[in-house]
Design a protein around this ligand. Sequence first.
Ligand code: SAM
Length: 239
Amino acid sequence: MNLALLFDSDFVDADRAVLRGRRLTHLTSVIKVATGDRVPVGRVDGPMGTGEVVRLTDSEAELRVTLDQPPPPPLPLTLVLAMPRPKMFRRILQTCAALGVKDLWLINSYKVEKSFWQTPWLSEDHLRENLVLGLEQAKDTRMPAVHIRKLFKPFVEDELPALLAGKQALVAHPGTSVPCPAHLEEPAVLCVGPEGGFTDYEVGKLQEAGCQGVHLGPRILRVETAVPVLISRLFDSCL
Ligand code: SAM
């Protein structure tokens, strides 16, 4: 936690917030704050700044906050991701939030196991919890939007074309002939497949919708590796 993200419910006055639970434990056990110390804070979907510890007990830390800086710019990327295996999903969510992804679409694909959609990590509370961890890691405050689409074909035929309008549209697929572009300056949509990859039919549908197939070379990367490699290759702004 490189920044404590503050919610409306944390504020006890216009410039005072009280932290408990995980954030308090982090402040006391990891950062080892004392009264008078200043720590980086940010208001969810708002500005960032510092919080001075004005009261510290076993159960609460009260901060006097000054919020005077904007959060980092969002990544101009819509990420369309085949629903990952639950074991990896939390980490991928945190990574996406840390890299500045603000628009994430979780979609079905033939090789996404049906059981993946049953994971409790898809509940609103768990999605938020992991996005917060990513934002706090990277020092950002803007909460990403997560959209869930459990049917591939209606998503690709009815919704994807509008998402692609005016953007560079890509599907990362090993074995295609075009290398993934770099140094993009325009907004982009990037589709990333499941552990077993998109089927030829799915790649065809994504291409029909306007996505160009791109590759990252001959090494096949796990989804949790491919996502940050693709994003950092596409956008200098996330470096
Ligand atoms: N056997 C699968 C295939 O060939 O498509 C491997 C899928 S890979 C583990 C999961 C996803 O990560 C892929 O669908 C793709 O979106 C992305 N990916 C991984 N390595 C890649 C590479 N070298 N080039 C392009 N995309 C890659």
